[in-house]
Design a binder for this molecule. Sequence first.
Ligand code: DOR
Ligand code: ZN
Length: 450
Amino acid sequence: MTDKNYPATGTLAPPAAQDVVIVNVRPYGEGDPVDILIRDGVIAEIGSVDTSGAHVIDAQGNVLLPGLVDIHVHLREPGREDTETIATGSQAAAKGGFTAVFTMANTLPVMDQPVIAESVWMKGQAYGLCDVHPIGSITLGLEGKQLTEFGMMARSEAKVRMFSDDGKCVNDPQIMRRAVEYAKGFDVLLAQHSEDMRMTEGAVAHEGPTASRLGLRGWPRVAEESIVARDAIMSRDYGGRIHLCHASTEGSIDLIRLAKERGAQVTAEVTPHHLALTDEMLESYDGRYRVNPPLREKRDADALKQALLDGVIDCVATDHAPHGSEEKCVEFDHAKPGMLGLETSLSVIAKIFVESGLADWRFVAKVMSEKPAEIVRLPGHGRPIEVGEPANLTIVDPDSPWTVRGEDMASKAENTPYEGIEYKAKVTHTILRGRVTCADGEACVPETHQ
Ligand code: DOR
Ligand code: ZN
């Protein structure tokens, strides 16, 4: 069922007690519709299924995907529960089609101790809408000076398998080198926020003609690319697995391609917003468009799309970054960087790749479920839709037009850059180990929390 080489995850929320049958669904949007019987959290039958006694979901010929996996979100708990919590973030994830998310370490306090990671993991399991995996920080307090105890976090109940100082770059090359060597010993992944911080002091926008015209301090491409190059060389020479968070420039793609050709163990993600939006959005000076790394130019967005199609960039990750309206509805220079992503990503990716004819639903399954699960070596998710596999599944209606409204989000925050935009594809149901966590487009809030 799962790859035995992958470490087991800590105690999981139990599967659903009742059988579920999805009738009239098209796995990967291919072929004739089938029925799927889910029993004890596992896909038990595919074909024409007896529905008696089961909870029936009529999928009306819609698309079935493996449950989506997001390896880069910020759920803000502990510390900023006013902007998001494990509970609201889990609802947003379920509504967006996700069955597993990895939440970043830039919490308050920072996720640099096993006990903090364990509390996040257990809260996610107790809530039960999505597997919420904590990401440990690489350095204590995100201060870039002293490494955290990777081994203790990896062996904790949270089974931390990924470490990142995201929000900040591990700038000091000697600390990064030690982190790479240390990570290799525990076979954990390092996810780097590539930003030479000396080059981005005071920067709020992509360095280019738009920022010059608007009088905004620029964030040059080289600030990202110089770290990508350095880290790729470290991976080549010291052997640890390094993942590039939110690749945003054409040049980063060239470097990742070269590094992969030379056998470095590097992987990369791209966010929906770096694919869909450019720095021209900044003309409005609307704080919603402030994000790190910044929105770039069309040629970067085009290159990122091609790189995802070619497999040079491995996967999509949302970098879901909720902020309060008092932090976003302010002068552009003062707006906090970050955008919501969990509830819009499937629709945005479907529009860019499927509705345009560039790719099919199998591609979406690959870049939003299979690859991210593989990168973090996560058992039970991103698996093929086959008998015997865990029933982590997402149903998508490819033609159900809806309009994005921040106030309608399950997320506590409203900072979506897609406000008022209409999308065609919509997640209708999400299923986690046989339990329905999103039905008819709404997250299924557990009865104990209503
Ligand atoms: O835009 C961003 N927001 N980029 C990051 O790297 C951090 C994130 C946040 O935590 O808000
Ligand atoms: Zn982030």
